[in-house]
Design a protein around this ligand. Structure first.
Ligand code: BGC
Length: 731
């Protein structure tokens, strides 16, 4: 992948200090070559950690945290940059390598894990290729002839943050390097989207908390880092801590970061300077200024800027309505996605996790695909899922699979089948099904071989209806029957294998038989349901003998509970779907528009700017739900947006026409909302569905770039591309 180049590393460990590798060279490898005779120059590079490269002091490319995060055991991405414009006659190429995901302790690290990570080298492999107009090339591969120094980055880890000493002089601390046999078969070309800086946010306010802390509020929870610009003396220190929320007294609160220290420590040089961490990231809305030259009085808003960092995705979906709280929810869902799409779909960006939890990913993927063009992003992650899948088909809880030897959980491992199918529906490329088909079949095969009851999935270890509000006291798991949940997903994944196989022209008769058997066994085993989530799964996956009856029971359970949801990660994504699909549109809207706890809008009444992990992350009395499991940037419940796009606005690909090649638009208006406006930029063009209350009528305006079936008040209209206006009476 990088021919001629050798892996290099410090001959002796540099501990927490990040090495910077360097190569000085002049262009004139032969008498005829000069700067004007350079046709082009490229740098191919990757590292065991995260790197940033510069040529002659100018940064190469805009990829933050390159080479990104993959299942490093199997796949390590190589980036190639065009560096032609950065060349001079005399050159210095520098590449700093931080620990990144490769070498930082991850996932509730204990001391043994820390030690093991510390043994891994800060390896680098790179090749600079200069092609001259006469066809000659000059190659500068990494090897023993490169130099290395201790860099100004004295510490950098994913969870704990970064320490930068601007006054330190790297040339005073050369490091001996050596070549070594690093990864070779696992190197692959960049597959996903690059991670970049996306926007910059200035402080909304600076204030002193009751505990006397100087705190800056950026007004929005983001993922990224804070940049400081200040005049200072060499050795002055800026120390910043990060937080998502304040406690009920208005004090800075970091307990929910658990073991993640999330600190930025910056030692100044003389004069004016601007810096931000480069080899890590933080999830935060607030920073506490723990140390600052000149003390708290010198802390001014123009010194601090929050920089948003995430995968570079094209926004495709937009929602707005007459309800400001609902609009804030839409906004928070977008921010939740930005904050958790840093190369891997993660659970949260702040505490000592930030992992590619499969359950969260499959729950949110449909919404994610409406909001942004996520095709390349998920394709990369699914390649990692397939690479990490065990020979017996089981899928770890997180991908990249860094937890190891975990049992697979229903609704988490099912990401193996759900995600490729959703990607195919959204973007229409059957290649995603082709490349994941084996992985999909292996997942279903794993369930078949590990269950204790034929045609059901019983006896596993599952997360159940994670964080369901009907959880018995002291448990994170809702009270829905775990075997029922697991068997429902067994059926769902089997059905998706059948569908994918049909698209690919594969023989799926074995799966058709299995599917029929699972449905029959499900109906026999669970003739009645006890919880909202059980009703939801039985109806949504068409497993109940009488799906309408299951939906009726759901509506009754919700109504009897005072129009309250009790669902967790598993039931919530389909709750509104089941209600509106089976005649309870108004009840679905009641749940979505509800402002009291528990609801989607309740966190907004408590100031949320992203989606919370818990319905009551901050309780009505201002207390926190818990200290150890309380993220304020967990996108999972943001999955409700797919109901708004696909049901409330009603935009969906017609069956058999993935990527919106033909569409169905079936809006579901509600009087409590004066208007809803939705647009989605599909692969086939912009689709728009707006409705608004006009006197005693609903006015619908629908724009379609493709043939569409529009259903208004139960009446179907087959229309050609164009803009269509309909009216219906308000009931
Ligand atoms: C994560 C979740 C995840 C769960 C597994 C948590 O720690 O943050 O989002 O899905 O564990 O149940």
């Amino acid at each position: 992948m990088i021919p001629n180049a050798k892996w290099i590393r410090p001959a002796q460990t540099t501990g927490d200090v990040c090495p910077v590798y360097s190569k000085q060279f002049s262009l004139f490898s032969s008498p005829n070559q000069s700067l004007s005779s350079v046709a082009h120059a490229t740098l191919s590079v990757t590292a065991m950690g995260v790197y940033e490269a510069s040529l002659n002091g100018k940064r190469i490319g805009d990829f933050v945290l390159a080479p990104g995060w993959t299942s490093y055991r199997h796949r390590l991405q190589v980036q190639t940059y065009d560096v032609t414009e950065l060349l001079s006659s005399e050159n210095e190429l520098s590449i700093i390598v931080g620990k990144g995901w490769y070498r930082s302790p991850l996932a509730w690290p204990d001391e043994a894990h820390r030690q093991q990570k510390a043994q891994i080298s800060a390896g680098l492999i790179a090749l600079l290729t200069i092609t001259y107009t006469d066809g000659n090339t000059q190659l500068l591969p990494t090897g023993a002839d490169w130099s290395a120094y201790e860099s100004n980055v004295r510490f950098s880890e994913i969870y704990d943050g970064e320490t930068y000493d601007a006054a330190f002089d790297p040339s005073s601390a050369p490091i001996a390097i050596e070549e070594f046999d690093g990864p070779s078969d696992t190197l692959i070309a960049q597959q996903g989207e690059k991670i970049t800086e996306q926007e910059r946010i200035v402080p909304a306010r600076i204030f002193t908390t009751p505990a006397g802390e100087t705190v800056i509020d950026f007004g929005q929870e983001i993922t990224g880092y804070v940049e400081v610009s200040l005049d200072a003396h060499a050795g002055d220190c800026v120390e910043l801590s990060h937080a998502e929320v304040l406690d009920k007294h208005g004090n800075f609160y970091t307990e929910n970061y658990r073991a993640a220290k999330a600190k930025f420590l910056y030692f100044c040089k003389e004069g004016f300077q601007t810096w931000h961490p480069k080899l890590t990231f933080f999830g935060f809305r607030y920073i506490r200024v723990d140390h600052f030259p000149g003390g708290a009085d010198a802390v001014r808003p123009d010194i601090f800027t929050a920089v948003v960092v995430c995968s570079d995705l094209q926004r495709t979906g937009f929602l707005s309505s007459s309800n400001p709280l609902l609009n804030k929810l839409f906004d928070n869902i977008i921010w939740g996605q930005k904050g958790n799409f840093v190369d891997v779909p993660t659970d949260c960006p702040q505490r000592d996790e930030r992992l590619g939890w499969t359950g969260d990913a499959q729950v949110f993927i449909r919404t994610a695909c409406y909001n942004f063009d996520t095709e390349a992003f998920y394709r990369k992650w699914l390649s990692d899922l397939a690479a990490d899948q065990y020979p017996d088909g089981h899928v770890d809880h997180v991908i990249p699979a860094i937890l190891e030897n975990q049992k697979s959980s229903a609704a988490w491992g099912d990401a193996a089948c759900v995600c490729p199918w959703e990607l195919y529906l959204a973007f229409g490329d059957a290649n995603i099904l082709r490349s994941q088909f084996n992985s999909m079949k292996k997942w279903v095969g794993y369930i078949t071989s590990s269950t204790t009851t034929k045609n059901l999935w019983t006896g596993g270890e599952h997360y159940g209806d994670w964080l369901g509000l009907d959880a018995p006291s002291g448990s994170y798991k809702g009270s829905s029957d775990e075997d029922l949940i697991a068997s429902a997903f067994y059926a769902h994944s089997t059905e998706l294998v059948m569908k994918a196989g049909n698209v690919l022209g594969e023989d799926v008769s074995e799966y058709e038989t299995l599917y029929k058997n699972i449905v029959a066994a499900f109906q026999e085993t669970w003739p009645v349901y006890h919880t909202q989530t059980e009703c939801i799964l039985a109806a949504h996956f068409h497993l109940a003998k009488d799906c309408q009856a299951a939906a009726d029971q759901l509506a009754k359970l919700v109504t009897d509970a005072g129009v309250q949801l009790k669902t967790g990660f598993v039931g919530t994504p389909y709750l509104l779907h089941v209600l509106s699909d089976y005649g309870y549109v108004s009840l679905a809207w009641s749940l979505l528009l509800r402002e009291n706890y528990p609801s989607w809008l309740y966190p907004i009444t408590k100031g949320a700017t992203t989606i919370w992990e818990h319905w009551d992350g901050i309780m009505e009395n201002g207390d926190f739900w818990t200290r150890d499991m309380n993220s304020y940037n967990h996108y999972a419940y943001g999955a409700v947006a797919d109901w708004v796009y696909g049901n409330a606005a009603g935009i969906r690909p017609l069956d058999g026409y993935p990527a919106y090649e033909k569409i169905s638009v079936s809006p579901l208006p509600d009087k409590r909302l004066g208007w809803l406006s939705c647009s989605y930029r599909s692969r086939h063009g912009l689709i728009r569905s707006d409705w608004k209350l006009q006197g005693d009528q609903w006015r619908y305006e629908i724009e379609t770039p493709v043939d569409a079936v529009i259903t208004i008040a139960g009446q179907k209209h087959e229309v050609a591309p164009g803009t269509w206006i309909f009216f219906s009476a308000v009931e």
